[in-house]
Design a binder for this molecule. Structure first.
Ligand SMILES: [Ca+2]
Length: 481
């Protein structure tokens, strides 16, 4: 038997060794020793043309989005989130690559982003390099420019959508809407959602990045009739608008609004409320698919170790500023829903009112998953705001539409500066609908100068041949006719 005085040090040595082992394991854990298998998965949900009409955003609207609301209760929802560009292709190319339109030159829908942004710069590439299984379905990038090489797997056959029977109205000019006599299952978004549900039901050997891109509520607003019936025409209110709103908007802004186009046609038709009803119906249809996806997610093995990011590529005007669609730099065209669920970081049901833009998506995802953010990525991780939605945040949200037209948004102001030097300035505290342009007030020159500091320092010219004088709006109208 050992003398008593020798036994204690032995016990201490054991305890010390145990403590040291634990310390090393702890120190090494999150970024290194945990290995790829323990990295959180990513569920990346993209919506097409969904403006700020969702339950969690206080804006006069009649949208019903019980499932997006349910998602917002799981994490942090942003009330002031803005796209990098109010057009599908540049918005998506920017957030997927971390390169602003002013850096990549991808300003419009007819600029093939694949020519200007190599696959190695894409978010998908970063996750694949880190050992993730990167797969998806539906609309993540602009439809015309698929790049299968970016994905380990992608739903190829999502099916089409039923069309409006001949002889029935398809809407008003380029604003396409009509109820359909078909089933929910007959639309491609149903099949896209099915792809994601199947993936969430499978066992994955590697951490996954699952991208799900809904086509709705993009036009045509053709969904089963029952969704229209939920919004009786007599209950529809027009969005807040001012007939004289463009009077104090400079020429460059008026050209974007193009009141003689969609809006004049809509006023002549007398069908403005029908169009609003159809947009609401299409949002409700999309929300139903989000519900199916959430049901599968909550039943899955991945509900506690998956980061969810939910975004829409930009907003939408429905007659505000006598404008329809996106293609402009005002609140309606630039603001979109934005929700994050990050296990262990976001708190359920929290709301963040800080202005942010979607250039934050790439660096936030790499930050939260412990991957290195590639050097080319513009934008800032939202980690501080996900941890504390009231944390200090000084960066304005910045949006660009076409060459050298920029807007910066803070909680208090929106400043727009067009290529030709035209300006708009709105006091968001007093004027949330941006009715009164204050840009000419000398006492506000310092406000404009401060906001202009956040505009891109240099602007890559668009590729030759693109500036043909036709706007995306005109081209979209021509195509749909
Ligand atoms: Ca105005």
């Amino acid at each position: 038997m050992q003398p008593r005085h020798l036994r204690l040090p032995f016990a201490l040595t054991l305890a010390l060794a145990f403590t040291l082992t634990l310390s090393f394991a702890f120190l090494a854990s999150p970024a290194h020793a945990a290995g790829a298998a323990q990295k959180p998965n990513v569920l990346f949900i993209a919506i097409d043309d969904l403006r700020d009409w969702v339950g969690y955003i206080d804006r006069e609207h009649q949208a019903r989005t019980p499932n997006i609301d349910r998602l917002s209760r799981l994490g942090t929802s942003f009330t002031r989130a803005y796209c990098a560009s109010p057009v599908c292709n540049p918005s998506r190319a920017a957030l997927m690559s971390g390169l602003r339109p002013s850096t990549s030159g991808v300003y419009e829908n007819d600029i093939d982003f694949r020519v200007h942004i190599p696959a190695e710069k894409a978010l998908t590439h970063t996750f694949r390099q880190a050992g993730y299984f990167v797969h998806g379905a539906g609309k993540i990038y602009h439809e015309s420019y698929r790049r299968p090489s970016e994905w380990d797997d992608y739903l190829e056959r999502e099916g089409g959508n039923p069309s409006v029977p001949s002889g029935r109205s398809e809407g008003v000019g380029g604003i396409k809407f009509a109820p359909l006599d078909c089933k929910d299952e007959d639309l491609s978004d149903w099949k896209i959602t099915d792809y994601a549900i199947a993936s969430l039901g499978r066992k994955h050997d590697k951490p996954f990045f699952l991208a799900v891109g809904m086509h709705k509520p993009h036009m045509p607003w053709n969904v089963p009739r029952k969704w229209f019936d939920k919004f009786p025409l007599e209950s529809i209110k027009l969005p807040p608008h001012l007939a004289t709103d463009l009077d104090d908007v400079p020429a460059a802004g008026k050209r974007m609004a193009k009141p003689e186009g969609d809006h004049a046609e809509m006023l002549r038709s007398g069908r403005w409320k029908e169009a609003v009803q159809a947009y609401l119906a299409t949002i409700a249809y999309m929300d139903m698919n989000i519900g199916r996806l959430l049901d599968a997610f909550e039943k899955s093995a991945y509900r506690d170790n998956t980061i969810i990011v939910f975004w829409s590529d930009h907003g939408w005007h429905l007659g505000e500023k006598s404008h329809w669609r996106k293609f402009a730099l005002w609140e309606e065209a630039t603001r979109a829903p934005f929700i994050w669920v990050a296990p262990g970081l976001t708190k359920p049901g929290t709301r963040c009112d800080r202005p942010v833009d979607f250039m934050s998506i790439f660096p936030t995802l790499t930050d939260l998953t412990g991957l290195a953010t590639p050097a080319h990525v513009e934008g800032t991780s939202l980690r501080p705001l996900l941890a504390n939605p009231a944390a200090p945040w000084t960066k304005p949200a910045v949006t660009t539409y076409k060459y050298k037209n920029h807007t910066a948004r803070t909680a208090d102001w929106r400043y727009i500066r067009y290529e030709n030097g035209d300006e708009e300035l709105y006091d968001e505290r007093k004027d949330p609908h941006e009715y009164t342009n204050l840009a000419a007030r000398p006492e506000l020159a310092a406000v404009k100068a401060e906001l202009a500091k956040s505009f891109p320092k240099s602007d890559v010219p668009p590729p030759p041949g693109v500036r043909d004088g036709k706007s995306d709006q005109e081209k979209e109208r021509r195509r749909k006719k």
